[in-house]
Design a protein around this ligand. Structure first.
Ligand code: PHE
Length: 352
């Protein structure tokens, strides 16, 4: 191997051993730099004859070119490796599952409320609300419930401190107080509107009031907090047959079951007379044939009509109070009421 080939070879070896661009530039200097071996050879040509210069110069140039191309190759290889490393460090695995943000949904009982508001809304009912911390007067007295009625006892009702019979002193035991609150408001707004106490021409009261209710009660079918929806239809000529028609239509629509049968079973409530429990019977499905109690109802008691600021000789109608948790359980086939209040996502996410 001649001297030039040996230089080219050792340049190739040096370049390939340079692991970084800086090391490579240092190696380059040893061959092509001011005192590099190729440069030195060039300098040595000064003493040669013209002919020798020609051939020697061409040979040196060839060696120089070979070294330069080895250098460029190595530069490119180092740059490629660096890029490759960077790409790997910043690599994104687009096949990894994303971080999903759980999608919320309405609680099944809220779904029932929405459905109920839509159905009664389509039948001309307004939606009213009342306070959950209620006054004794609205919850019991105005509803013709005597002082010694067992529902008023501490065993059944949660009392709160600091109230009096007319200011909030208990957690409402049913949504019925909203009947009185809404009727009083309805009458008052009509009087304000007409600027007189004459109620001739006042629109009928047609309202539902869904919401939370509370009783001292807790087992698989009772929760101290539960949901009811009140209904009230009061006018000059509203009878029990309207109640039967309305409630039947409602239940058939709610459960999407045209052959659903209703039964009005005589009962007692201080605020209605006569009173009835409403039972429903499915003709199909797992519950077919069984009677299921879903609501209390009755013709509004004259004393209650009076407490609404209306003359019971002129105004008549009916009210009902239904268990929303019950309706929800029946609609979705849920068998334990407590599932609604545990907050278990495995249960709740099924209603999305
Ligand atoms: N408030 C009664 C209850 O909670 C239900 C009811 C409402 C009954 C309206 C008659 C009229 O059981």
């Amino acid at each position: 191997m001649n001297e030039l080939d040996a230089i080219v070879d050792s340049a190739r070896v040096a370049f390939s051993q340079a692991a970084t661009p800086a090391a490579l530039e240092n190696a380059k200097a040893r061959f092509l730099g001011k005192t590099g071996s190729i440069t030195e050879l060039m300098k040595g040509m000064a003493a040669l004859s013209v002919d020798e210069k020609k051939s020697r110069g061409a040979a040196i140039n060839l060696a120089k070119q070979a070294i330069e191309s080895a250098l460029n190759e190595r530069r490119q290889a180092l740059a490629d490796a660096e890029l490759q490393q960077q790409l790997q460090a910043e690599a994104l695995d687009v096949t990894l599952p994303g971080r999903v943000r759980g999608q919320g949904s309405l609680h099944p009982v809220s779904l029932t409320m929405e459905r109920l508001e839509a159905i009664f809304g389509s039948m001309g009912f307004e939606v009213a609300q009342g306070p959950e911390i209620e006054a004794d007067w609205y919850n019991f007295t105005a509803l013709n419930t005597p002082e010694d009625h067992p529902a008023r006892s501490m065993h059944d009702t949660f009392y709160v401190e600091g109230g009096s019979t007319k200011t909030p002193n208990l957690l409402r035991t049913h949504t019925s107080p909203v009947q009185v609150r809404h009727a009083l408001q309805h009458v008052q707004s009509y009087k304000t509107l007409t600027g007189s106490d004459d109620l001739t021409g006042m629109p009928e009261i047609r309202v539902i009031a869904p919401g939370r209710t509370y009783r001292v009660d807790s087992d698989a079918t009772h929760s101290p907090m539960f949901h009811q929806c009140e209904g009230l239809w009061l006018g000059e000529n509203i009878s029990f047959k309207d109640l039967k028609y309305l409630f039947t239509e409602f239940c058939r629509t709610f459960f999407e079951s045209d052959d659903l049968v209703l039964r009005f079973r005589p009962s007692f409530f201080p605020f209605t007379e006569p009173s009835a429990e409403i039972d429903i019977q499915f003709q199909q499905g797992p519950l077919a044939g069984r009677w299921l109690e879903v609501a209390g109802s009755g013709q509004v008691h004259p004393n209650v009509v009076r407490n609404m600021g209306l003359d019971p000789e002129q105004y008549i109608g009916f009210a009902f109070g239904m268990g929303l948790d019950r309706f929800t359980m029946l609609r979705y086939g849920v068998n334990d009421l407590r599932l609604f209040f545990d907050g278990d996502l495995r249960f709740l996410s099924q209603f999305r």
